[in-house]
Design a protein around this ligand. Structure first.
Ligand SMILES: Cc1ncc(COP(=O)(O)O)c(C=O)c1O
Length: 386
């Protein structure tokens, strides 16, 4: 039988990660070391108390039934987390869980957009920011972010007619892949812009606990008027090293949360109860490992960004996220060409910036997922072989 697939599938190619993984497997046959900076999964363990709760709760057969809803304890833990961590007051009705931020951002547009409605998304930016609205039938319009402007959205760059038509804007700082933080003034302007043009804000806050140089990551919801215009998506994946135990929250505007709950009730039966309990333990328990990890990420950031700069790369120290963002050497025509040559010559795996949008071309992203010692070794290998 000839199967004819949807036109939508034409926009998805075999991911660069599959190509990289094949290359890495080939390279490893040489016996030389691989320095894999391509994967955005923390190499740290979850805190012991989180793993203990998850394994204990997995022993009870009743916990394998459909959870259907969020346990009130879970919502209260998220509410208290927001108060303690960001000084944001929320009602339980303004909070819901999802299977990770990725899932939230891939589906929330069904509740906000009809076919062809405009969603503004960053270029460069994390891929789901454009894949999500596209899957839901919305029309993606990119807003451009430039190094010269600290990769900050300049609201004057959005044409008036586009702003008037736009339904939603996706914003995320600290921003993966460019590693910059937004100022307070930026969020104040964002809320003003959203109100002026009646645009819903979705703020992805995956990295507020991985910010450097003594700065404290904030919540979009801590700014006046934020709840009126949008929601924040916040994940336990990176702060608590729980990427595989899928859980995040959507918080803020009550109407959006209610509608999204209705949509999800059509396709989902609730988060596995041991994961709900583990998330409660993560949020209510000791937070010292969050700080410990941040300190280690900063040491890695210093080793990588300073190390590459010292050997001639055009790279700034990351302000936040678990990544570094570097310009490619000028002799290369594209970030993909550089990525493949780098891997061939050094065993260093990175992600080409073009994966994150047209303005990511000319850059590569490196994840801070290997030790300081190995990072220093990788920098030396690059210096000697490239
Ligand atoms: C900006 C950003 N948002 C969301 C995610 C996905 O997070 P989750 O594991 O909660 O789906 C990632 C993962 O790398 C990310 O970088």
């Amino acid at each position: 039988m000839k199967i004819s697939f949807s036109k939508k599938m034409n926009s998805f190619n075999d991911s660069i990660f599959n190509v990289l993984n094949k290359k890495i497997a080939e390279y490893s046959k040489s016996g030389k070391p691989i320095y894999n900076f391509s994967i955005g999964t923390p190499d740290f363990k979850p805190a012991k108390h989180i793993m203990e709760v998850l394994s204990e709760e997995a022993k009870y057969p009743d916990n394998y039934k459909y959870a259907i809803t969020d346990r009130e304890e879970l919502l209260s833990a998220a509410k208290n987390w927001y108060k303690r961590r960001y000084n944001v007051s929320l009602d339980l009705s303004e909070i819901m869980s999802v299977y990770g931020s990725q899932e939230a951002i891939s589906r929330i547009f069904y509740t906000l957009c009809d076919s062809g409605d405009i969603v503004l998304v960053p270029n460069p930016g994390y891929p789901i920011f454009s894949v999500g609205p596209d899957l839901c039938g919305a029309k993606v319009e990119y807003y451009n972010l430039y190094k010269e402007n600290n990769f900050m959205l300049d609201f004057n760059d959005i044409p008036e007619d586009v702003a008037k038509k736009a339904k939603v804007i996706v914003v995320s700082y600290p921003l993966n892949p460019v590693c910059t933080l937004a100022t307070d003034e930026f969020y104040i302007n964002l809320i003003e812009f959203a109100k002026k043009y009646n645009i819903v804000v979705i703020h992805d806050n995956a990295y507020s606990d991985i910010v450097y140089d003594g700065k404290i990551g904030k919540s979009f919801l801590s700014f006046d008027g934020a709840k009126e215009v949008g929601v924040e998506v916040n994940s336990l994946s990176k702060a608590y090293n729980m990427t595989g135990a899928r859980i995040s929250f959507v918080l803020g505007n009550k109407e959006i949360v209610e509608k999204f709950k209705i949509l999800r009730s059509q396709v989902d039966y609730g988060i596995f109860l041991p994961i709900q309990k583990a998330a409660i333990a993560a949020l209510n328990g000791p937070q010292d490992e969050v700080l410990k990890n941040r300190i280690e990420y900063q040491a890695r950031r210093d080793a990588l960004c300073d190390g590459l700069k010292n050997i001639g790369f055009d790279i700034e120290r990351s302000q936040g996220t678990m990544f570094a963002w570097s310009k490619i050497p000028s002799k290369y025509k594209s970030s993909e060409e550089f990525t493949l040559d780098l891997l061939d010559k050094t065993g260093v795996a990175v992600v080409p910036g073009s994966t994150f949008g047209s303005l990511g071309e000319g850059f590569v992203r490196l994840a801070l997922v290997i030790s300081v010692e190995k990072i220093k070794e990788a920098v030396k290998v690059i210096e000697e072989n490239l």
